[in-house]
Design a protein around this ligand. Structure first.
Ligand SMILES: NC(=O)C1=CN([C@@H]2O[C@H](COP(=O)(O)OP(=O)(O)OC[C@H]3O[C@@H](n4cnc5c(N)ncnc54)[C@H](O)[C@@H]3O)[C@@H](O)[C@H]2O)C=CC1
Ligand SMILES: N[C@@H](CC=O)C(=O)O
Ligand code: NA
Length: 430
């Protein structure tokens, strides 16, 4: 005899939601075999009933009353792919209180208020899964939470935002402009509803917080993440990276040192020989370093409706299996309560471009400014002459505080017309 169907309510039918509907329909047979019960879509909550959609939703399932849907007694699992903080948070909490498990792709909400959701799930004795929230289709959260639970992760380094990687890749390979590349990423369904979240690094920072929480077994929120986006990255920066046989990427870096965590998101130059340099278009990749396993790399499509729906469906199958076994999966793993290291103490290398007066002694004066702030120089190059004279300095390792102080000193120098760009250099030893 077949088990009782797993009844699914879907919140949101945009890029991801429409692909969830498609996969639920097209793969109904396989899903039933994997879950051990039919997986039945019982309602789809949307903002407007008559909006154009990428998928045909079975008749009678559309509703604009999300609250009524999530509190229905027969719903076993609510899939939240609306995005944003509210009403997503309230709907998830109501779903859990009403006895449903939740699958969500909402990294913004998890990074802002994850603990409230985890506590509600634990109190209700229900599942809360969110593999789609970080790096789309790439299985990364389950490996961190389960497969690596016996190891000590020390560093996570990755490209976790498809939209910005797509833009930077286009700027590097085809010389495309920023706006044009962003528009293409939006058309392909990679960008957030408000693309500022991608461009200014908020989306990557939310993902970095989630990764750091799971990797280091501690609570890290979006506020703990140092964040810089790519809106200041210019065609000149991209060209300058190319001259150094490097490429500009938006990186998310989470480190555990002396029992403190540091988490940051910013553009950085990495050598073309580094594996992350070959991550193109909207692909994502996450490097994980751990004491026993060494280095692991996870790579794949990090954005887009269909890849993200793949991760959602994987979680759905897990919830279905847990329900049949009358159990729940691993919840939050935040026992360590580690402190967050101030950004000023973070150590890396820097690429600094400085417009200078073209006269004798300038090079020595600039080098002295670096030395006075304790920053040692690895490479210095002069480009252009006269009014176009520019010095490009690549430093050895220094703290963020030392670099900021250097930039301040440079800005106060009469021979310095402008510090035009400061970018970190990652992925290369001294
Ligand atoms: N698109 C992507 O590549 C990925 C998206 N995500 C996450 O998945 C979620 C959904 O993203 P997308 O599908 O790209 O966004 P989207 O903007 O294409 O779709 C969201 C849909 O929710 C609807 N909606 C908004 N408020 C609603 C409400 N109160 N009730 C019912 N429907 C409502 C909107 O009308 C829209 O159709 C977000 O949390 C996003 O961060 C995660 C990984 C990748
Ligand atoms: N907007 C996000 C979507 C996936 O999380 C991105 O571009 O990576
Ligand atoms: Na994922």
């Amino acid at each position: 005899m077949s088990n009782k169907p797993l009844k699914v309510a879907l919140l949101g039918c945009g890029s991801v939601g429409s692909q969830v509907v498609r996969l639920l329909t097209e793969q109904a047979g396989d899903l039933e075999a994997r879950v051990g019960a039919p997986v039945e879509l019982v309602g789809v909550s949307v903002r407007r009933l008559d909006a154009p959609r990428e998928v045909e939703v079975p008749e009678g399932l559309l509703t604009t009353d999300a609250e009524a849907l999530v509190t229905r007694e027969d719903v076993d699992v609510v899939v939240e792919v609306i995005g944003g903080i509210e009403p997503a948070r309230t709907l998830i909490l109501k779903a859990l209180e009403s006895g449903a498990s939740v699958v969500t792709a909402n990294k913004a909400l998890l990074a802002e208020d994850g603990p409230t959701l985890f506590e509600a799930a634990s109190k209700a004795g229900r599942d809360l899964y969110y593999e789609a929230a970080v790096a789309g289709a790439i299985p990364i959260l389950r490996p961190l939470r389960e497969s690596l639970a016996g190891d000590r992760v020390t560093r996570v380094l990755g490209i976790v935002n498809g939209t910005t990687n797509f833009i930077l890749d286009k700027m590097d390979t085809s010389g495309a402009g920023f706006a044009e590349a962003l528009e293409e990423a939006q058309e392909l369904g990679y960008a957030e509803a408000d693309p500022t979240a991608d461009v200014e690094g908020f989306d990557a920072a939310a993902k970095a917080a989630i990764l750091a929480s799971l990797a280091f077994h501690t609570r890290v929120t979006a506020q703990d993440v140092h964040r810089e986006g790519i809106s200041e990255v210019s065609a000149a920066d991209v060209a300058s990276a190319r001259d150094m046989d490097a490429v500009v990427k938006l990186l998310a870096i989470a480190e555990l040192r002396d029992d403190q965590v540091s988490v940051r998101v910013h553009p950085a130059m990495i050598p073309r020989s580094h594996p992350l340099a070959s991550v193109r278009e909207a692909y994502n990749a996450v490097f994980v370093e751990s004491e026993a396993a060494g280095q692991l790399m996870f790579y794949g499509p990090g954005a887009g409706g269909s890849p993200t729906a793949s991760a959602v469906l994987g979680d759905l199958v897990t919830v279905g299996r847990n329900r049949l076994n009358d159990t729940t999966g691993v919840g939050e793993s935040a026992y360590a309560d580690r402190a967050v290291r101030p950004m000023g103490e973070t150590v890396t290398r820097y690429h600094v471009a400085i417009d200078v007066e073209d006269r004798a002694g300038v090079l020595a004066a600039v080098a002295q400014a670096f030395a006075d702030n304790g920053v040692s120089i690895q490479i210095v190059r002069q480009e252009g002459r006269g009014a176009d004279a520019q010095l490009v300095v690549v430093s050895h390792q220094a703290t963020d505080a030392q670099l900021s102080a250097t930039v301040e000193t440079l800005r106060g120098m009469e021979i310095v017309r402008e510090v035009t760009s400061v970018m970190r250099v990652e992925g290369e030893s001294e």
